[in-house]
Design a protein around this ligand. Sequence first.
Ligand code: ACO
Length: 286
Amino acid sequence: MSNDANASGEKIMPGGKNVLVRIEAGIAWVSMNRPEKRNAINPGIVFEMNEVLDHLEMDDDCRVVVITGSGDAFSAGQDLKEYFREPDAGHPVLRERLHKANSQWQWRRMMHFPKPTIAMVNGWCFGGAFQVLLACDLAIADEDATFGLSEINWGIIPAGIVTKSIAMAVLQRQALYYIMTGETFDGRRAEEIGVVNFAVPKDQLVPRVTKLAETLMKKNPHVLRACKQGYHYVRDLPWDAAAEYLAAKSDQTKLRDPEQGDVKGMKQFLDEKSYRPGLGAYDRSK
Ligand code: ACO
């Protein structure tokens, strides 16, 4: 059941204009929804997306979040008119508020979102859209989707956190090549250089993302959350501090795990001999 409901018990779902949300069988399909503008990210998307993420964090019906775009684009990046030109000419405090809210949804929250996140890149993916893409835990693209760090083409640097995100995701030669040339690349190339996990033909995109989400839903959600936190926090720690952090995180995870996954896992493998942890998850229903 949803945690937000009206008096008749119907779920109150944020979004509906610039962001569409549909929850089906545990998967929240979240679409940036300005297809006529190739889902360019305007203030409407920014503020609505923050509300949607607020909701999905707490909605027990949502177990995996998929971020995608309506129509034939994932997103053409930040809206040049509504995100840059108009706010740049307006009140500086409002501009700063917008930029903060944008980094909030695009990477601060996505990177540490308490549930698994998958970017489903269904088409054009430019500039600021890379922040969202790379902040998602996993990504699957249409092999014919078009990616580009196009900032250089209109005279700005890949700011926000785009340059940092791409530097963390791919090798220096690839990062600088695409940052400095603004050349586009397709989904196959995005897979090759590690910007996405897989590129698949368009008609297999939704089934492949669904299959991945189903795999994640078989895992212990409490431990998945701790895995993500561990990964992001230890990347920038020295080795000894990382080992210490992971030891403490591991103890905390076991202690706080509501389903006591490690006990179940050991029992099912060692005593019941009902599964092989090397080949799949323990049965969460037992
Ligand atoms: N900002 C504002 N409006 C945009 C953006 C954008 N980033 N991208 C597309 N649009 C608008 C167009 O202005 C056009 O509006 P109109 O119908 O009112 O004229 C509409 O969306 C459709 O765009 P077209 O260019 O006609 O669509 P097409 O399919 O031919 O091309 C493409 C798509 C390649 C994505 C092209 O629109 C484009 O190059 N967009 C800019 C991509 C980009 O450089 N993004 C990075 C922005 S910078 C940043 O994110 C930090």
